[in-house]
Design a protein around this ligand. Structure first.
Ligand code: PBG
Length: 326
């Protein structure tokens, strides 16, 4: 087909034509909304580097969940800020830990909400690393048991799905085994299979107070320069029993999302992280970009690259925009 017989502009002439041939769509149920839970009562405090995102105490969760549900956003992922931190991150797997309480509250007050939990130790360790330490290094194998305990305690509290984000080797099979041995064989694992050591997590570390107190996460999270390694990471997690493979961050790693989509048949998730959100919000506040359009464009780009679902702080805003017919 060559010009002038073929004119691509013909099918772009009206919105009805454009909608008719649109290749990618985004629906509210494809988005998971992250929630930060902290101790106290009646607490609703905005994260300074993430305008529009709030840290909530347990009693505020039901209202938030109902708002999400009314917009068609049917799942949330929980991150917790414990009362106190220690070397082994014991708050992560405490029966009455902050996330465990949050799960029970949501399951009680908003049972239609699907509750996913982030499984990691970094918010719960006093050193801020995602596992326990041996000297100044994160001890992979000793961490596995703590992660499995965390995932199991989430399932016992009623979590619908667990999402390990620690990047320890072997954690998916350890978690799968712990869940299965305790009759939680129906709780799926969404693995942060391909998680890069990224500067885009900056605002999240303010929100969740989990910046490492020494060093960085490069000995466990992936080198941003690597793409073939992403396939090896994903292969391991598939073999260990992951149900969903996640790539994180999203917009700077669209090629990775696309490769995973081509190479694997499991659902692929992408996490549009805090820094991606903060950049769009900040530029929009300055009037330098149209924040709403940039939000919609980046989310559709993540879907176009191959993500089936997206974890995003924009979930509510985007759902609202979709409800208004874009
Ligand atoms: C915990 C975790 C992090 C994020 C999700 N889970 C922080 C990190 O690895 O440093 C980042 C999410 C975001 O930036 O929005 N390990």
């Amino acid at each position: 087909m060559v010009f002038p017989e073929y004119r691509p502009r013909r099918m772009r002439r009206t919105e009805t034509f454009r909608a008719m041939i649109r290749e990618t769509r985004l629906a509210p149920e494809q988005m998971i909304y992250p929630l930060f839970v902290l101790p106290g009562k009646g607490v609703r405090e905005e994260v300074s580097s993430m305008p529009g995102v709030f840290r909530l105490s347990v009693d505020q969760l039901a209202r938030e969940a109902k708002e999400c549900l009314s917009l068609g956003v049917r799942s949330v992922i929980l991150f917790g800020l414990p009362e106190k931190k220690d070397g082994l991150g014991s708050g992560a797997y405490a029966n009455n830990g902050i996330v465990q309480r949050a799960i029970r509250e949501l399951k009680n007050k908003a049972p239609e909400m699907t509750v996913v939990t982030d499984v990691c130790l970094c918010e719960y360790t006093d050193h801020g690393h995602c596992g326990c330490l041996a000297g100044n290094e994160v001890d992979n194998d000793a961490t596995l048991e703590l992660l499995a305990r965390t995932a199991l305690s989430h399932a016992q509290a009623g979590a619908d799905m667990v999402a390990p984000s620690d990047m320890m080797d072997g954690r998916v099979s350890e978690i799968r085994t712990a869940l299965d041995e305790n009759s939680y064989h129906m709780v799926p694992i969404m693995s942060y299979a391909v998680k890069y050591a990224s500067a885009f997590y900056g605002p999240f570390r303010d929100a969740a107070e989990c910046a490492p107190q020494f060093g960085d996460r490069r000995s466990y999270q992936m080198d941003p320069a690597n793409s073939r390694e992403a396939l090896r990471e994903a292969t391991l997690d598939v073999d260990e029993g992951a149900d969903i493979l996640m790539v994180k961050p999203a917009l700077a790693y669209l090629d990775i999302i696309s490769r995973l989509r081509d190479e694997f048949d499991l659902p692929v998730a992408a996490y549009q992280v805090s820094g991606e959100y903060a950049m769009i919000k900040a530029a929009a506040e300055k009037g330098w970009i149209d924040g709403e359009r940039v939000m919609a464009e980046s989310l559709i780009a993540i879907r176009r690259a191959g993500a089936d679902l997206i974890l995003t702080y924009f979930a509510k805003d985007m759902a609202r925009l979709l409800a208004n017919g874009q």
